[in-house]
Design a protein around this ligand. Structure first.
Ligand code: AKB
Length: 310
């Protein structure tokens, strides 16, 4: 299948490309950044800005993908520092991708949504269908992206599907997220023997290991449409406190120094998100189930980081 991945050079995209390449798909990437060395060589790289409509149209018209994985976005912490740019990339960018999909007959658009669509004071765990009142620019643009996608599906038949990702943990470096502290405990803890966490020890949000997250995208894309009762799904794995992550690292990395120095901006973003989400709808509609626990992820991730550094 011909697949275009926007933001294919990012934390999710770089790893998704390997999964899709191993399935034999013909891959192209549209990203503002240069090709990272970790990206598979078989993916054609097109540099451009997703908020630039004519560029997006040119690339979709030229490549004629059957499916677009739309991952390009500014994340929550960067979004609060650069809210106007976050609006352009996340709102205009998503509208451009959907409009290009409609215009050039792309069959399916897969969307990376997030737990940041939720605001404070929601039930615990947060169900799939609930009032979406986020307090960050990132969250607001992702709610709008979900709704725009549903509109394009209902009105013009672009098959739109998305998952609300928890904080994602991988060996690859993320960019500008608030949940990145969990990943940094492992990566910096192992590489530098120390890490000062930018949120407090009791901070708790939903988290997930990257291989589960990639599987969720690919499985939802392949799910029979008639089984799907909604367009966008909560997915869940585990929700440790920051200090439980630290304990998992301490148990595996002797003498590591993990300390806390909460940054008020990132702490307040994190505190506006739920501690847990309910993924019963995803389990029911397309058989979703996370495979990794905190322990099995910790073992696998530490082995992966060590292998990268050898
Ligand atoms: C972020 O922290 O901004 C992202 C997210 C939860 O979507 N990891």
């Amino acid at each position: 299948m011909r697949i275009l991945v926007t933001g294919g050079g990012g934390q999710i995209g770089t790893e998704l490309l390997h999964v899709l390449a191993s399935q034999g798909h013909e891959l192209s990437v549209y990203d503002i950044a240069r090709r990272p060395s970790a990206a598979p060589g078989s993916a054609a790289w097109h540099r451009g800005d997703v908020s630039n409509r004519s560029e997006v149209f040119d690339v979709v018209q030229e490549l004629k993908p059957e499916v677009i994985y739309h991952l390009a976005a500014l994340l929550s912490a960067t979004g609060e520092t650069l809210p106007h740019r976050a609006y352009q990339v996340n709102m205009d960018g998503t509208h451009n991708v959907l409009e290009a999909a409609r215009t050039f007959g792309v069959r399916q658009v897969m969307f990376a949504s997030t737990i940041a669509v939720f605001g404070p004071h929601l039930p615990d765990p947060v169900p799939n269908e609930v009032s979406l009142r986020p307090t960050t620019m990132y969250g607001i643009t992702k709610v709008a992206g979900e709704m725009l996608g549903e509109y394009y599906d209902n009105t013009w038949g672009v098959d739109f599907r998305g998952v609300r990702f928890p904080g994602l943990i991988s060996a690859g470096e993320p960019g500008g997220g608030t949940t990145d502290y969990a990943l940094f405990m492992y990566v910096h803890g192992l590489r530098h023997g120390a890490y000062e966490c930018f949120v407090g020890p009791d901070s708790t949000v939903p988290m997930m290991y990257m291989p589960d997250a990639l599987r969720a995208l690919v499985e939802l894309s392949a799910a029979p449409k008639e089984k799907l009762k909604r367009h966008v799904y909560n997915i869940a794995a585990f929700s440790p406190t920051a200090d439980e992550f630290a304990d998992a690292v301490r148990a595996r990395v002797p003498n590591v120094q993990l300390t806390y120095n909460a940054d008020p901006m990132r702490q307040s973003i994190l505190d506006s998100w739920p501690a847990r989400v309910d993924d019963a709808a995803a389990r029911h509609d397309w058989g979703w189930k996370a495979q990794y626990t905190l322990d099995s992820m910790s073992d696998d991730l530490i082995a992966k980081i060590k292998a990268m550094d050898e």
